[in-house]
Design a protein around this ligand. Structure first.
Ligand SMILES: [Zn+2]
Length: 449
């Protein structure tokens, strides 16, 4: 399995050296456009300034006079990856490490705007055009918030509306509902999003996803946000009361909930009907929930460090600090989360890729890659996983007309790979070069971050 430590061709061009009017031609390259189409085997991409000018089979695309041509024989190019769920916390360098892994855009689903100052400063100091940063402002939560430091608390619908308007005023390009927000307040936030033409996303545990989606919610973070909508009413209420009493009740509780959930039962069928009708975005964040079965008779019993890493994992064991509890219940619960993600995709949910920053079975900065592998393990095709990380994620940013596809007129954000991720999605780990807004990034440098 290939890691990310391959030899990168140094190709960093400083701002001063980049003539914006000059054309760059990526030649003899396999092109995966991000929209789900089969690859163009012998393709050509013409980039002018920060945009893609032309894309297609080499035989049909002319080379502009004076263009700089880069021969990418044997390489595959895909749109820059978009991580729909990246928590910056206090680690600006991690965003740049992810950039070296091909993540040219990310959305942080709940944070104060000041937390991005350091990253913005580093981007400006290095004179690079990315990663593109999308923010939501802090979570809009109810009383007893799950993450007090990252939240604003709304006590009623009017407070929720005011918090929502304030976050938009300060630059949020989406808003995030957190699970203690009561329904009327959540609806007030959705209404602000509709008025401001931005998406509203949510982490749900206490509210029923069916009701929120029917009320206009655009997206969901975590497949576990479907939790209570899968249960008979009395069981859903028992789970709600446990989480209302203690936010920690969801940690094991959601694995137990999923392990016992009936994905063909009447509650699930009602959920699928809403998904078919409304087609919300689903940012499943499977990688953060990943639990692997203990090795049979292996050393250390249930430790996730003991079993050999399965195919597609890049040979990765989790760092000791991230070692999760693993019991058969956790393993069964996680298997059901993957099944529901696939089923939701078939029923109409538009699945995107959110890496969730730090996850048990990915090394630093590799969570989005692991999420793509888990989508394929769940039954998505590799091309579907690539679309989830590119064109569908761009649509969830409401930037589907600018980002996430290798099409004429779109931003020239792209990743050159040594492997073929349409055949084996783990080839997403074979990043050779990364371009943002028409400029090559010094990947070797940011891999040290
Ligand atoms: Zn999160």
């Amino acid at each position: 399995m290939m890691g990310c430590a391959g030899v990168a061709i140094p190709l960093w061009i400083t701002a001063a050296e980049t003539a914006q009017t000059r054309s760059v031609v990526l030649d003899n390259v396999r092109i995966i456009d991000g929209g789900g189409a089969p690859p163009i085997e012998n393709g050509r991409i013409v980039i002018e300034g920060d945009r893609i000018a032309r894309v297609g089979p080499a035989a049909t695309i002319g080379v502009p006079a004076g263009a700089e041509t880069v021969d990418l024989s044997g390489r595959t190019v895909i749109p820059g990856l978009i991580d729909s769920h990246f928590h910056i916390e206090n680690d600006a360098k991690l965003a740049l490490r992810q950039l070296s892994h091909g993540v040219t855009s990310f959305r942080d689903p709940g944070q104060w705007d000041e937390k991005f100052d350091e990253l913005r400063r580093m981007i400006a100091a290095d004179g690079i055009p990315g990663p593109r940063i999308f923010t939501t402002g802090p979570h809009i939560d109810g009383e007893g918030p799950a993450y007090p430091a990252d939240s604003v608390v709304a006590r009623d619908a009017e407070e929720a509306r005011r918090h929502a308007e304030e976050s938009v005023r300060r630059g949020a390009s989406a808003l995030k509902i957190y699970y203690r927000l009561p329904f009327a307040s959540a609806k007030a936030v959705i209404d602000v999003c509709d008025a401001r033409r931005i998406p509203c996303t949510a982490h749900l545990e206490l509210l029923d996803a069916r009701e929120l989606i029917a009320a206009g919610l655009h997206g969901l973070e975590h497949v576990t946000s479907f939790g209570v909508s899968l249960l008979p009413r009395s069981e859903a209420e028992a789970y709600r009361q446990a989480v209302l009493k203690s936010n920690d009740a969801r940690r094991d509780g959601r694995y137990r909930l999923f392990a016992g959930a009936d994905l063909d039962g009447p509650q699930a069928q009602a959920l699928y009907a809403v998904l078919r009708e409304r087609k919300p975005f689903l940012d499943a964040t499977l990688a953060v929930f990943e639990r692997r079965p203990p090795s049979p008779g292996g050393l250390g019993g249930t430790s996730p460090l003991s079993p050999p890493a399965p195919p597609g994992s890049g040979g990765i064991s989790p760092p000791e600090a991230a070692k999760p509890d693993v019991t058969p219940m956790h393993v069964a619960g996680f298997a059901k989360m993957k099944q529901l993600t696939r089923r939701a995709g078939r029923e109409g949910a538009r699945v995107v890729v959110g890496g969730h920053t730090e996850v048990p079975f990915a090394e630093r900065g590799e969570a989005p890659w692991r999420e793509m592998e888990l989508l394929v393990e769940s039954g998505f095709s590799p091309l579907e996983a690539i679309s989830a990380a590119t064109s569908t994620a761009a649509a969830f940013l409401y930037r589907g007309h600018q980002l996430g596809s290798l099409r004429a007129g779109f931003a020239a954000d792209l990743v050159v790979l040594r492997g073929q991720p349409d055949r084996d999605v783990s080839a997403i780990r074979t990043v050779d070069r990364v371009m943002v807004a028409g400029r090559w990034i010094d990947t070797a440098r940011y891999r040290q971050y």
